[in-house]
Design a binder for this molecule. Structure first.
Ligand code: 13P
Length: 344
C-alpha cells in the first residue's frame, strides 16, 4: 500500500466513525463577517480567531466531532496560548480539514449560474496544507433551482470541477469532501428538489468515475432533499428523510463510506430532526452524519456575542448541539431533547 492510500485510509476511518460528525468552521471572511455583523460583533482577524478558538477548545467536543473544516486564515493562526489550530485539534483527537476552493464565479452565458474556482495551483496548495496539518479538504459547488436551472451545462461543469479537485486531493493523500449544494432559498417543492438532486448526484458520480476517484476515500457532503424556503408546502422530517435516502440510493454507490450533510439554512432543530429521520430508515449502506456550519454554530455564536465572558456558556450550547446531531446520526434523537438545550 502506498503512503497516500495509507493516509486516506487513516483519515476516512477516523471521520466515518459512527456517532461522529464534522464541524464546518470554514466560512470565508465575507461570510463570517456577515454573520458577525448581524449580531453586532466586529469582524477582525482577532475576533474570528477568538470565535473559532471558543468552538475548538470546547471540552469533550471529540465525543461527537471527528473533524473540523478550517478556512485558510485559521490554519495559519495560533490560539491565545500560541498553539496552531491543527495541533490543538490533533491533541484532542480531532482532524483538521481545509476549504480549498476559491469561491464562486459566474458561469458565463448561462442564466446566472455559477461555477467554483480554485483548481489552478491546487496541487501545490494541498502539499502546503498537508505540511501544516490538514488531512482532508472541501470543495463546494452550488446549484440554484428555478424553472430553467440548473442547466445540464452547469451540472456537467460543476461535476467536472468536483471530480478534478477530488482526484488531486487523493493524489496527495488528502480525503476530499465533495460538496454539491442545491440551494433551498427558492419556492421549489420537495419533488422538484428530488428531481434536481438526482440529476446533480448522477453527474457528480459519473465525473468521479471518469476521473478514477477512489470512492472508498471520499466524503459526500450533499444538501438534503427538501422544499425551498419559499414553498408553501413544508415537508415533514419523515418526508425529507425518505426522499433524501431514496435519491441517495439511486445515485450514490455503496463504496462511499460516509455522507455528511450540510445544513443549508435549515433551522438547527430541522437539520437535526431530518438527519435523524434518515437514520431511522433501515438498510443504508453508508454512514449518514453531519458536516454543519450554521446548524451547529448559530446558537453558540449568538451566546458568545464576541465577549470572552460568554465563552463557557457558548461552548455548552455548542456541545449540546453537537451531541444532539451525534444522536441523530444514529437515529436516537427526539425533539423532546431540545427542551434541555435551547439557548437562554
Ligand atoms: P451550512 O451547514 O451552514 O450550510 O454550511 C455548511 C458548509 O460547509 C457550506 O459550505
Amino acid at each position: 500500500m502506498n503512503n497516500q492510500i495509507k493516509d486516506l485510509e487513516t483519515t476516512i476511518n477516523h471521520l466515518a466513525k459512527k456517532g461522529k460528525g464534522i464541524l464546518a468552521a470554514d466560512e470565508s471572511i465575507g461570510t463570517i463577517t456577515k454573520r458577525f455583523e448581524a449580531l453586532g460583533i466586529p469582524s477582525t482577524e482577532d475576533t474570528r480567531r477568538a470565535y473559532r478558538e471558543m468552538l475548538m477548545t470546547t471540552p469533550h467536543l471529540s465525543d461527537y466531532v471527528g473533524g473540523v473544516i478550517l478556512f485558510e486564515e485559521t490554519l495559519n493562526q495560533t490560539t491565545s496560548t500560541g498553539q496552531k489550530f491543527a495541533d490543538l485539534l490533533k491533541s484532542n483527537n480531532i482532524l483538521a480539514g481545509i476549504k480549498v476552493d476559491k469561491g464562486l464565479i459566474p458561469l458565463l452565458n448561462t442564466k446566472d449560474e455559477q461555477s467554483t474556482q480554485g483548481l489552478d495551483g491546487l496541487d501545490e496548495r494541498l502539499k502546503e496544507y498537508k505540511a501544516k496539518g490538514a488531512s482532508f479538504a472541501k470543495w463546494r459547488a452550488v446549484y440554484s433551482i428555478t424553472e430553467n436551472t440548473p442547466s445540464t451545462f452547469a451540472i456537467k461543469m460543476n461535476a467536472s470541477g468536483l471530480a478534478q479537485y477530488a482526484a488531486i486531493c487523493q493524489a496527495n493523500g488528502i480525503v476530499p469532501i465533495v460538496e454539491p449544494e442545491i440551494l433551498i432559498d427558492s419556492d421549489h417543492t420537495i419533488e422538484r428538489c428530488a428531481e434536481v438532486t438526482e440529476q446533480v448526484l448522477h453527474a457528480v458520480f459519473h465525473a468521479l468515475y471518469k476521473h478514477k476517484v477512489k470512492l472508498e476515500y471520499i466524503i459526500l457532503k450533499p444538501s438534503m432533499v427538501i422544499n425551498g424556503k419559499k414553498c408553501s408546502a413544508k415537508a415533514t422530517a419523515e418526508q425529507v428523510g425518505k426522499e433524501t435516502v431514496k435519491i441517495l440510493r439511486r445515485t450514490v454507490p455503496a463504496a462511499v463510506p460516509t455522507i455528511n450533510f450540510l445544513s443549508g439554512g435549515q433551522s438547527c432543530e430541522e437539520a437535526t430532526a431530518n438527519l435523524n429521520a434518515m437514520n431511522l430508515l433501515p438498510g443504508n449502506p453508508w454512514n449518514l452524519s453531519f458536516s454543519y456550519a450554521r446548524a451547529l454554530q448559530d446558537y453558540s455564536m449568538k451566546t458568545w456575542k464576541g465577549d470572552s465572558k460568554n465563552v463557557a456558556a457558548a461552548q455548552k450550547i455548542f456541545l449540546q448541539r453537537a451531541h444532539l446531531n451525534s444522536l441523530a446520526s444514529t437515529g436516537k434523537y427526539t425533539p423532546a431533547l431540545e427542551k434541555e438545550t435551547s439557548p437562554a
